[in-house]
Design a binder for this molecule. Structure first.
Ligand SMILES: Nc1ncnc2c1ncn2[C@@H]1O[C@H](COP(=O)(O)OP(=O)(O)OP(=O)(O)O)[C@@H](O)[C@H]1O
Length: 617
């Protein structure tokens, strides 16, 4: 066959294959089962990358559904918008083909004046996370590629040094790129000349974090030939806006509709629960959950305000439960170190303040977040802090919403911190009467209604009224000692500690990048040491149901290899559903009322057997 015919045939085949994918996209189908057979090899991934993935702590052997679909399209040079649930592996879905493309261009003689690839993320934490992943892959593959990260707190001279060369890949936030352009560290013409791949990760958050102007500045420099990739966990008008601003005729990959109900945005392996309790009763409820071992560790707890997180920390430490707090007020070095320690399993409870939505609402009348981000008053808190979104927490088994998020998107991102990739997880939301409205919004967003067998958020069966009441006296008595002044002092003390830590960390980690044990972030902040008798719960306080429930949670934890001694280990993959107490245990929890309302908690021993069973997925 003549060479021209062969090329024609190849092109026809390719275009047919593309049409097929296009058809699937149009009907919103990413066929997980049918595509199952496609391995990384079959996707055409470079053997060096495959070997690197196999070497990972938790070895990565098979692509996830989004990776199966996105990787070939990215290889073909298409612009792609990929929306897939939290923890579904979107980062590698763009990183692997991006790196492979750069592998083949490193030999090119063309002298570049600016990086070939920009990866833009909404927060400093994510910047660090993606940077580490890229660096690790480059090191493992032993290729001559250079990646740098730029963060907003870097002085211009450091930015200039980082960009000297130039590196091949830049990981940063949009505001930092805009700043680099405005101070001349990055040159517009050079960007326009060199940029080949632009990734907007966590695209649904980029605009809500106030980066619209920065992205507009950048979009003017993005050359037509540049391949643009946009990744997000949730869809929103913001994603559409970004798509129009930056992408050219992209392939849009979304998840299938679940039985015609709703997009599946929450991973199936996350079981969602809620507990009804008055605002003032939240402390005793969380104490019961943690102290009586009714949830699996590690636990990530969300509050909506920094003061609340310190109140909770002080309260819990009176009962011998040590935790660390994470918020936008802390220096970035400390925040990164806290995340690393938590991921490495050095402590089990992390209280994160997710107050971005609250601040956005408060600021709504005072001008855009983009403006406030620039104001000096905001300098005390890092406006690029975003611990909730996109951070890959390792082995978090339970997410607790101590305060409910203000939106369904906030909820999706929070509970997506568990059940990452193929691991299992659970979320427990403490819902006060004032928060019932958002719970109902979440339920209807999830397609959760009385007649729907796919109920996705259910009353938590392991926490009974008796369990809560057994601790009420101690909890209420102890809560009185956690005064506003104590909270204020603890917050100030923690900040002082962390500023000192931050300096030490900076110096220490330049020399010992892998040393995690240097500083502990879960130190006791109470002025008075906790009373020893509160550390133990006497047996007589507990009823048989609660004892049974906590025994089962402990057994399940042991079965999953998910306890403290299993530090730095992931949960065992072959954990059987039958061992999961949430799938076999039946106890009387708060009863689910009619849609739009909620019945009071039943008395112990009442009609739990009649309650509709949640169909666990
Ligand atoms: N093919 C795979 N097999 C097993 N684990 C994987 C695979 N791909 C990625 N992972 C792991 O899954 C975890 C979640 O991946 P990632 O952070 O990319 O999720 P995400 O889709 O970006 O989530 P989010 O929307 O919350 O940011 C990571 O720990 C990653 O190493």
């Amino acid at each position: 066959m003549a060479k021209d015919d062969k090329t024609k045939e190849k092109n026809e085949k390719e275009s047919k294959h593309q049409q097929e994918i296009q058809l699937n996209q149009e009907s919103n189908v990413v066929e997980e089962e049918e595509d199952e057979a496609r391995s990384f090899e079959e996707l055409g991934l470079d053997p060096r990358l495959i070997r690197a993935l196999n070497k990972k702590e938790t070895s990565i052997a098979e692509p996830t559904p989004i990776q199966r679909v996105a990787i070939p399209l990215i290889f073909q040079g298409k612009d792609v918008v990929a929306r897939a649930k939290t923890g579904s592996g979107k980062t590698l879905a763009y990183l692997l083909p991006l790196l492979q493309k750069l592998f083949s261009t490193t030999d090119s003689n063309r002298k570049k004046l600016s990086p070939s690839a920009f990866i833009l993320v909404p927060s400093g934490e994510l910047c660090q996370q993606v940077y580490k992943e890229v660096s690790w892959l480059i090191d493992s593959c032993k290729v001559q590629l250079k990646v740098v990260q730029l963060t907003s707190n870097m002085p211009a001279s450091d930015m200039r040094n980082a960009l000297a060369g130039p590196p091949d890949i830049l990981v940063s936030t949009p505001s930092c790129v805009a700043k680099s352009l405005s101070v001349g560290v990055l040159k517009s013409e050079a960007v326009n000349d060199s940029l080949e791949i632009l990734v907007l990760d966590e695209a649904d958050l980029l605009l809500s974090f106030g980066y619209e102007e920065d992205l507009k500045t950048l979009s003017a420099l993005v050359p037509r030939r540049c391949q643009c990739l946009l990744m997000s966990a949730t869809s929103s008008a913001d994603v559409d806006k970004l798509k129009k601003l930056i992408l050219h005729n992209p392939y849009v990959l979304t998840l299938p509709e679940v039985e015609g109900v709703k997009d599946e945005v929450i991973p199936k392996n996350v079981q969602q629960f809620w507990v009804s309790c008055g605002d003032r009763d939240k402390l005793v409820h969380i104490l019961a959950l943690l102290k009586l071992d009714l949830v699996q560790k590690k636990v990530l707890i969300f509050t909506n305000a920094i003061d609340m997180s310190f109140r909770l920390k002080l309260f819990l430490e009176k009962f011998g439960i040590k935790s660390a707090v994470l918020n936008a007020e802390l220096p970035q070095n400390s925040r990164l170190h806290i995340l690393e320690e938590f991921n490495a399993g050095l402590f089990d409870y992390l209280i994160a303040t997710d107050d971005r939505e609250t601040k956005e609402k408060e600021k709504a009348n005072e001008g855009s977040l983009a403006e406030t981000r620039k104001s000096k008053k905001q300098a005390k808190q890092d406006s690029e802090f975003g611990v909730v979104r996109g951070i890959d927490f390792k082995n978090v088994h339970t997410v607790i919403n101590y305060d409910m998020p203000l939106s369904t998107n906030g909820y999706v991102h929070r509970i997506g911190r568990t059940g990452r990739a193929y691991s299992t997880g659970a979320s427990v939301s403490l819902v006060s009467p004032d928060e019932m409205e958002i719970l109902e919004e979440i339920k209807s967003f999830l397609g959760d209604d009385e007649n729907n067998e796919l109920n996705v958020i259910s009353p938590y069966p392991l926490l009974t009224k008796n369990a809560v009441e057994s601790l009420r006296y101690r909890a209420e008595d102890t809560a009185k000692s956690v005064t506003k002044i104590a909270v204020r002092e603890a917050r100030a003390q923690d900040l002082r500690n962390e500023i000192l830590n931050s300096e030490k960390l900076k110096a220490h980690f330049e020399v010992n990048p892998r040393d995690l044990d240097l500083l502990k972030h879960d130190k006791v902040l109470s002025k008075k040491p906790p009373a020893p008798h509160l550390s133990d719960v006497p047996d007589y306080l507990l009823d048989a149901t609660t004892k049974e429930a906590s025994k089962m949670v402990r057994l399940a934890r042991a079965a999953m290899g998910n306890n403290n001694s299993a530090r730095r280990q992931g949960p065992k993959r072959n954990f059987r559903k039958s061992k999961d107490p949430l799938k076999s245990f039946s106890a009387q929890g708060p009863r689910r009322g009619r849609k739009g309302g909620m019945k009071r908690e039943g008395k112990d021993g009442d009609d739990s057997h009649k309650r509709k069973k949640k169909k666990f997925v």
